[in-house]
Design a protein. Sequence first.
Length: 306
Amino acid sequence: MTLTNKKLYDTIIVGGSYAGLASAMTLGRSLRNVLIIDNGAPCNKQTPHSHNFLTRDGLPPGEIAAIAREEVLKYPTIEFYTGFAVQGSKISEGFLVNTSDGKSFKGKTLIFATGLSDTMHDIKGFAECWGISVIHCPYCHGYEFRNKKTAILAEGDRLIYFASLIKNLTDDVTLIISDKNVGNEDSFTTLQKNGVKIIEKKIVEIQHRNGYVDQIIFSDGTSKRFEAVYAPVPFRQQCNIPEKLGCEITEKGLISIDALQKTSVDGVYAAGDNSNTLRAVSLSVSSGTVAGVGVNAELSLEVFNK
């Protein structure tokens, strides 16, 4: 690895989407020298429109990010590097971040805004529809699919909560499960009492038109028409550097943070989906701003307390 330059940044932000850019703006306005490292592959790249974000409701996610990046880079102390961070280590000045193309950068503090990687269900057509008509969040997408024929692929303790949010948006709701043992009779009784239909069959394919659901095909050869599918999916951290640095990970697989987005490792912060159970553009921006505030406070107090 070659040290790209001898500059010691106040902060290196790994991840240059909404949370990372919000952190950078907060720090740039506080005259901090900031480097953003981003590989240009956000988790919502397939989503056609972003919603529930004031002043940008309905714009494509990439367009929102491009506007944000243009605004952020107007601040002279902020730099942007297109690359993929693969390693981080503690050094005497703070931290060293290495990228896959052999470059390395030094920073007093780190902010990880690296998001999550979703694990797609092993169903033909599922991945192609993800973020378009196979969706995970009624607040981000629900209004656009109001009053539509809607399926839910969910299970476990949060099923009733999740179903109640969707039933508020459409009367035509069907829970699809492959085995009734995934829930309990009380849950199914509650769902049926509220008009939620239940299909106990295995899905083999989601037929679609350019990502928009048309039919769900079952293993017995039957099919049913739907227009939207809600499907919470498992996820993993997009970046393993925080964990390798010793950052605590919660039982849900998120980076553990305090009220100012600080992790369990001094000098390391996290913002956005990697540390928040609610995945939305507005909340990513908010958490990024808070992380920037936390880092700036830490750097300022360090000078005062010398």
